[in-house]
Design a protein around this ligand. Structure first.
Ligand code: HEC
Length: 326
């Protein structure tokens, strides 16, 4: 849930997701070596987070190699559904440019362009637009991808009388639309890009960085409510989505448990104890003042997909919450 980030010169391996650009805008992912993950580089929207979009992203000059590690994500978590053997996944994100990468040895496919249904079987967030729009694949080097694709991809390929996966897979209707484009499509094996147009740019070289200039104005935090909303979105929501499991339990489940007891949450934040055997421990938030802990607890109890934005927009007191209906 970031704006203006560069992710450069990293080596990432032995993970489920090598690099994730998630609900993030204006990101440059460059000169990284992503190997031996379940999937190398993912650009996507997770539904149920306060930031609803992912767009204006460049994935450039990376090595994306042999990402065939079996998925060991916690069962039920969103990453546990990432299919093994994909180099780059673009799911639901918009305005993504992919250029100059070396993508090889990924056993399902080199690049997958898809909508949210790819990894989320949960009811998704009506405020997140689920389709990938304006994806631009410029020149990349791709070879030896798709040697042993996952069953769904194998089934799709069989409709083309093939059993191996492609360099590029656009797997659903919307991902196959001509607002997506490619250069030199004939260089790759592909599925579903027949209607794509030809890109009218050939390089992203004019973009050197997406970081804000060093003399950018500091962010103004005007009210307590604003501070609390930023605290929740910036820290808690990274682990607690609204209605699906990420690192921590969904906020919705916590609301049911604590609906009349914000103080209980405030106390837990200062001193979290291990409760759920199938979750990691929660890191202490004891650096927050007593007052902030209580306010952020109330904020969490007030969340609902719609209310979330409304509360964030409120400049006054955080609303009192009713008991959530089941
Ligand atoms: C790095 C990830 C992470 C962050 C950041 C995080 N949590 Fe958690 N949270 C967890 C995990 C994991 C659990 C489950 C722990 C367990 O059950 O042992 C949890 C559990 C909880 C619970 C349940 C407590 C209970 O009694 O069952 C509450 C409430 C909670 N978090 C609130 C928050 C709030 C508010 C914030 C922000 C100030 C926050 N969390 C930040 C990961 C996180």
């Amino acid at each position: 849930m970031c704006d203006n980030v560069d992710v450069k010169h990293n080596e990432v391996f032995d993970s489920v997701a090598g690099i994730e650009i998630e609900n993030t805008r204006h990101a440059l992912v460059e000169n990284n070596y992503a190997h031996n993950n379940t999937a190398g580089i993912l650009v996507f929207i997770t539904p149920g987070l306060p930031i609803k979009t992912a767009y204006d992203i460049i994935v450039r000059n990376n090595f994306v190699v042999n990402n065939n590690t079996p998925n060991f994500g916690a069962p039920g978590s969103i990453v546990s559904k990432v299919p093994v053997g994909v180099g780059i996944v673009v799911m639901a994100a918009d305005d993504v440019k992919i250029e100059g990468n070396i993508i090889t040895g990924n056993q399902t496919a080199g690049i997958v362009i898809t909508d949210l249904a790819f990894v989320t079987d949960v009811a998704s967030d009506t405020e997140s637009e689920p389709n990938p729009d304006n994806i631009q694949i410029l020149d990349n080097l791709m070879f030896n991808n798709g040697a042993d694709p996952v069953a769904e991809v194998k089934a799709a390929m069989l409709t083309k009388f093939k059993t191996t996966g492609p360099d590029i897979l656009a797997n659903v209707g919307s991902a196959q639309e001509p607002d997506n484009c490619i250069l030199n499509a004939e260089r790759y094996t592909s599925f579903g890009i027949g209607k794509w147009s030809k890109c009218d740019i050939t390089t992203t070289a004019d973009v050197k960085t997406y970081l804000l200039p060093a003399d950018a104005a500091p962010r103004e935090i005007e009210t307590d409510a604003d501070r609390v909303a930023r605290l929740y979105k910036g820290i808690c929501a990274g682990c607690h989505a609204y209605n699906l499991r990420m690192i921590g339990p969904p906020a919705m489940a916590i609301q049911a448990q604590y609906y009349d007891n914000p103080q209980g949450i405030a106390d837990y934040l200062a001193n979290p104890v291990k409760k759920r055997p199938d979750f990691p421990p929660m890191p202490s938030q004891g650096h927050l003042s007593e007052e902030l802990r209580l306010k952020v607890a109330e904020y969490m109890l007030c969340l609902s997909p719609k209310k979330l934005e409304a509360v964030a927009a409120t400049q006054g007191q955080v609303a009192k919450c009713e008991k959530p209906s089941n």
